[in-house]
Every structure is written in C-alpha cells, then in structure tokens.
Design a protein around this ligand. Structure first.
Ligand code: IPE
Ligand code: MG
Length: 226
C-alpha cells in the first residue's frame, strides 16, 4: 500500500491524512476483492523496517491503527471478513496486540474473505523466526535435520495455512519487493501500478486482475506452444 505519504504531501495535508485515506482504499479494495471471489487478500501495512522511521510518525501510525481496529470489528462481522495478522506482533503496543487477538478470535469463522494484515512484518524476520523455532525443536530432539522440508518450513511461517499469493500489486511506481513475503512469492505474478495507494480505484484493481489473467504461469515447466 505504497504512496500514502506522497499523496498527503501532494494534497498539502499532514502525513497521517495519507494513511487515513490509505485505510479507506484498503476497505474499498477488500470489498471489491470479495465481490470478485478472491479468498485471501494481504495488505503490507507496516514493515519491520518501518520501526526505523521517526518516533512521531510511528506514534501517529499506531494511533490510527488502534482507531481502525477498534471501529472495524462491526464491519468485519457484517461483511464476513476473517482477519489475520502476520509479522512480529510482540513489538506492537500491548493494547494493539490484544485488539488483534480479539479480532482474530471473533472473526475466525467468517468465510467471505480472509484479510491478512502484515504488521511489523519483514520476510527475512519471518524466516529468521521460523528457523529459530525449528532449531529449538532440533535441539530438543523433537525433530531431526532430515525432517526439515519445504512443507515443514511453511508450517513455521506466520502464513501457515494461507496459500501463496497468486498476484502482488504494488502501487506508487516503486518496483521492488521490499522484504515482503519472500518465501511465499516464489511464483507470484507481479503487477506495478503508478497510482498512489490512496487513489487506487476498484477499476484499477480490476485492471490488475485482467493483466494477471493474461499471464501464463509455468512454475518452471516448458512454454506451452500448443
Ligand atoms: C505506505 O505509505 C504505508 C506504510 C509504509 C506504512 P508510505 O509511508 O510508504 O508513503 P510514501 O511511500 O512515503 O509516499
Ligand atoms: Mg513508501
């Protein structure tokens, strides 16, 4: 969800207004994704590297996140959204950790769409934590080195039980992965869109799905010339 800061700057508004507009865009796209039958939608909301930003920015952002999580419960239930959070949540303010836990529990049986918020999330950090958990089990003789398979790795990632993403959409013209879902994106199709996230429309979302539908996915197999 890139470009909130630049959007606010362009409008002559404080940065937090950009994140607020970004939250509206996330609601809009969630609704559209559900209409289009998408089952899993992940938003890169706050990265492990974002902790290095100014404390005042972090405080404003956490304030907005707190407000959003508080007021979102009703909407999530009404729309049948199951919420999950990936990332190192132990670094988040305690009350936010509790809010997340409550919402995950409350929405766990919702079936329209699963929305995953990547919060305090970094792909390398996630892999490091998975490896630590596996190393502990090996050290305790619960597992041996030969038991470490791709599927065991996946079970120890934050995304355990969530399928790998088919499509990544990055807004604002940046063309990088920025430490996002590094393991899970091995075969993800990438679409880059110049629009700043707060302006990202349902039409542009549909266009990205259209681009995706024209991609030929081979997963390392031969080109299909038939
Ligand atoms: C994206 O907005 C959302 C977060 C990183 C939290 P940015 O803050 O990256 O906005 P730009 O890229 O500076 O415009
Ligand atoms: Mg950015």
């Amino acid at each position: 969800m890139d470009g909130n800061g630049r959007w606010a700057q362009g409008q002559g508004l404080p940065t937090i207004a950009g994140h607020r507009a970004g939250a509206n865009a996330a609601q809009r796209i969630t609704e559209r994704a559900a209409q289009r039958g998408i089952e899993f939608l992940t938003f890169y909301t706050f990265s492990s590297e974002n902790w290095k930003r100014q404390q005042s920015w972090i405080d404003d952002f956490m304030g907005l996140l707190r407000w959003y999580l508080n007021q979102e419960a009703k909407t999530l239930m009404k729309k049948g959204v199951r919420l999950r959070v990936i990332g190192d949540r132990s670094l988040l303010p305690h009350d936010i950790q509790e809010l997340i836990q409550e919402l995950e529990l409350k929405t766990q049986n919702n079936t329209t769409i699963t929305v995953i918020l990547a919060l305090s999330y970094g792909g390398r950090d996630e892999l490091k934590r998975a490896m630590q958990a596996i190393a502990c089990k090996v050290a305790n003789a619960e597992l041996s080195a030969e038991d470490i398979t791709c599927s065991l790795m996946e079970q120890h990632l934050d995304t355990s039980g969530i399928p790998d993403p088919d499509l990544l959409i990055r807004t604002s013209g940046e063309q990088r992965l920025s430490n996002y879902l590094l393991w899970q994106m091995a075969y993800t199709e990438l679409v880059f869109i110049p629009t700043l996230w707060p302006d990202f429309s349902t039409q542009e979302f549909d266009q990205a799905l259209e681009i995706f539908s024209q991609r030929q996915r081979r997963y390392g197999l031969y080109v299909d010339v038939s």
